[in-house]
Design a protein around this ligand. Sequence first.
Ligand code: ADP
Ligand code: ASP
Ligand code: MG
Length: 417
Amino acid sequence: MARIVMKFGGTSVANLERIQNVARHVKREVDAGHEVAVVVSAMAGVTNQLVAWCKEAMPQFDQKEYDTVVASGEQVTSGLLAIALQALGVKARSFQGWQIPLRTDSTHGSARIAGIEGEGLISDLKSGTVATIAGFQGVAPTGRIATLGRGGSDTSAVAIAAGVKADRCDIYTDVDGVYTTDPRIVPQARRLEKVAFEEMLEMASLGAKVLQVRSVELAMVHNVRVFVRSSFDAPDAPQIGSNGLPPGTLICSEEEIVEKQVVTGIAYSKDEAQVTLRGVQDKPGVAASVFGPLAAANINVDMIVQNISDDGTTTDLTFTVPVADYERAMAVLSQSKADIGYAKLDGATDVVKVSVVGIGMRSHAGVAAKAFAALAGKGINIRVIATSEIKISVLIDAAHTELAVRTLHSIYGLDHA
Ligand code: ADP
Ligand code: ASP
Ligand code: MG
């Protein structure tokens, strides 16, 4: 007997028929003698609609009321799943974030989990009741509902798995695992059997939205084994494949991965914008005068390049900011023009960050050179480069996204046969 947390995303609970299919997956685990908690998302498209209504009601809406509105989608699916389970003769009870309670900080709209009191849930699970839990939501210190940021049900599931000391956290989605890149844009992408926490964290942060970044952070910190698999597999299909697991991807510690690939995957993100300051004074304190006001405005800066000036007087400074903060960043820099002392402010939002990720890069030279040569061969100009021990990112024109991702995917031997 094991204690497992199962999480089902929006497409997996998109309508009543799919919720009934989810109930059959859950029943299978209950019949196998396991204690089960299930975390659900809102039906596909519902959260987007709720967000759109908030914006329509008032563009600069109150984040606390936004949370009240957008958390409602998960309330519906948690109740419907409990009913669908009861219809199959399985004991089930729904829980909202505040009923667990899953405590968060007070950053409404993208709250962080502060803690979970798992004892109540554990005693329900021990008594043989399946808990169907609304993902994406918790309770802020004021007692109000808080949501965990888009895609946050993954984080709810991992947090609950850690809180009830589950043996496994199974994330059911609309693909049968984590792929070498987004299978929607590269049909040659391959499913990965195992991915190290650290690699998955890079992949998710760099754009692979199959898991919310915070869910991977939490899994890494609490050492929760996460298994990503498809909810569209037949609920009664054999559960054990040749490797002892059904088709899917295990996210686990690096020690469990025997064969370390140099490159594990390619991620891309259109969530960044480029900002360039031309003719900046090349003297001490300039970087502080640029990035200080941006930090004060709560704008995160990611990739940064600064040239050495030819004549020792002026240079160009380029960096990226989240595309959602682009207008604000440009306004902040315009206001600080006199302070910083630059000639011209430029920017672009039609850019994409493409990244090559792999833990094997630590011990291999030449990975970056290969990427640069391949992109050059396709006539793709690189605007900005950023690297870490296990990733290389390049900022390029958004028009070249698919070509760049496919080219990199192919040169590192990731295409399936
Ligand atoms: P859910 O609603 O179940 O949470 P998401 O849409 O959030 O599902 O995440 C699944 C999607 O993530 C897939 O349909 C796929 O298009 C996308 N995705 C992006 N990168 C990857 C990747 N490397 N591997 C698998 N899926 C990926
Ligand atoms: N329903 C929320 C969203 O669409 C949370 C989730 O699905 O994980 O972002
Ligand atoms: Mg998701």
